[in-house]
Design a protein around this ligand. Structure first.
Ligand SMILES: [Zn+2]
Length: 189
């Protein structure tokens, strides 16, 4: 798993800004006691199908869904509200364990881990939009077979159909945390 921290921080800052903008009332959806609501957003990017630990760095295991899940759970224990998001390249350029099955295993693992949403990166589009649609919404691949699809939505505001001009995925998603709407806007490079 290669974490590109600059991108991670950019996404987190973007999300934090949106959160701040949404919180100060006027929505009629404020929390019951009108006090501050804390929200932790755990974001990953560039998992690239590394659901199995295959490498080490300085004696520490690198990659693997079991390790990732443990790290996320540890951080969730300290927070009242947590949302899990992935900010791109969860799939594509993957090792055999995921890639030989069109990355179904990685989407299954992230679904099982309870991710709330994802934002496609360039590698989600390695095999084109039709294949990403199939992996996201379910369907049969001639080699990898049937896949039920992802349990979490993808959002993407700046990828539009050449024919219609409409976004190919929902541009944003609003999660409600203790009565506070929090908007996530997906953006791809
Ligand atoms: Zn990447």
């Amino acid at each position: 798993m290669k974490i590109r921290s600059r991108r991670l921080i950019a996404i987190c800052l973007g999300i934090a800004l949106i959160t701040t903008l949404m919180v100060p009332g006027g929505t009629g959806l404020a929390a019951a006691d009108d006090g501050p609501v804390s929200l932790q957003i755990l974001a990953i990017n560039d998992l690239h199908g590394y659901i199995e630990q295959t490498e080490s760095l300085d004696g520490r295991p690198l990659g693997g869904a079991a390790y990732l899940s443990t790290y996320l759970l540890e951080r969730e224990m300290d927070a009242v509200n947590t949302l899990r998001v992935h900010a791109g390249d969860a799939i594509g350029a993957s090792p055999l364990i995921s890639g030989m099955l069109q990355d179904h295993p990685t989407i299954e693992v992230l679904s099982f881990m309870g991710f709330d949403l994802g934002i496609p990166g360039n590698h989600e589009l390695d095999e084109g939009i039709a294949e990403l649609y199939r992996v996201q919404y379910g369907g049969t691949h001639e080699v990898a077979g049937y896949f039920a699809g992802s349990s979490f939505p993808l959002v993407l505001a700046n990828l539009v159909s050449a024919e219609s001009g409409d976004p190919v995925f929902p541009p944003y998603l609003i999660k409600v945390v203790e009565g506070i709407p929090v908007a996530f806007i997906g953006v791809i490079t």
